[in-house]
Design a protein around this ligand. Structure first.
Ligand SMILES: [Fe+2]
Length: 214
């Protein structure tokens, strides 16, 4: 039976060191990926909270409550991601300056219409999944099951939030008596909400993009 080695001289002098069976370079790479995810999650949290405060219109009650559920979930998630970074032996970013540098999600500016808010949140939820997917590859190479488990939960949650946003969108669409065959959400936005067209297309300039969540 393998025995635990006694503390080395370096451990004794430098304090406890991390040895979880993951190479230091891999831990660093995973922590860096998680830092981006933390920045995305925090930015999306702030944006969702902002929309909870500022949403107006006939869908106010539904969206106000949905945004509240979503930002509460995101607030809990930032803690999980940050603590995983710390468990890997690296500092977690925790300032607006760091988050704006690391995040792939842009901040909301001005007061938006409800439809624009939903568009922006769907984009943010998809961006978060893409960021998580990149870290997933790094964590998988290192057999870091704890991070893999965290990432899987985060991706599932973002898909759920995106589904809720889409459901709210459909509800609003029915309210406007826009009866069209059911299609992908992005296509609906492209057809029925020209104001979202610019929002979703300008980033690439090549027309409707495929749904990034799968
Ligand atoms: Fe509130």
């Amino acid at each position: 039976m393998a025995k635990t080695q006694p503390p080395t001289r370096a451990r004794v002098h430098n304090g406890p060191q991390i040895d979880l069976g993951i190479e230091p370079a891999q831990r660093k790479a995973i922590a860096e990926g998680l830092a981006k995810m933390l920045a995305d999650t925090y930015t999306l949290y702030l944006k969702t909270h902002n929309f909870h405060w500022n949403v107006t219109g006939p869908m106010f009650q539904t969206l106000h409550l949905m945004f509240e559920q979503q930002y509460n979930e995101l607030a809990l998630a930032v803690d999980l991601v940050a603590e995983r970074i710390r468990a890997l032996g690296h500092p977690a970013p925790g300032s607006y300056a760091q988050f704006s540098k690391l995040s792939s999600i842009s901040e909301a500016t001005g007061v938006l219409k409800a439809e624009d808010m939903i568009c922006q949140l769907v984009e943010g939820q998809e961006a978060l999944v893409r960021t998580a997917r990149k870290v997933f590859v790094t964590a998988e190479k290192a057999s870091d099951q704890v991070t893999i488990d965290l990432l899987t939960q985060r991706m599932q949650c973002m898909r759920r939030q995106r589904g809720c946003s889409e459901a709210c969108w459909s509800k609003g669409r029915r309210a406007k008596d826009l009866s069209r065959p059911k299609q992908g959400m992005v296509r609906q936005l492209m057809q029925w909400m020209p104001m979202c067209q610019g929002l979703l297309v300008t980033r690439r300039g090549t027309g409707p993009r495929p749904c990034a969540v799968s």
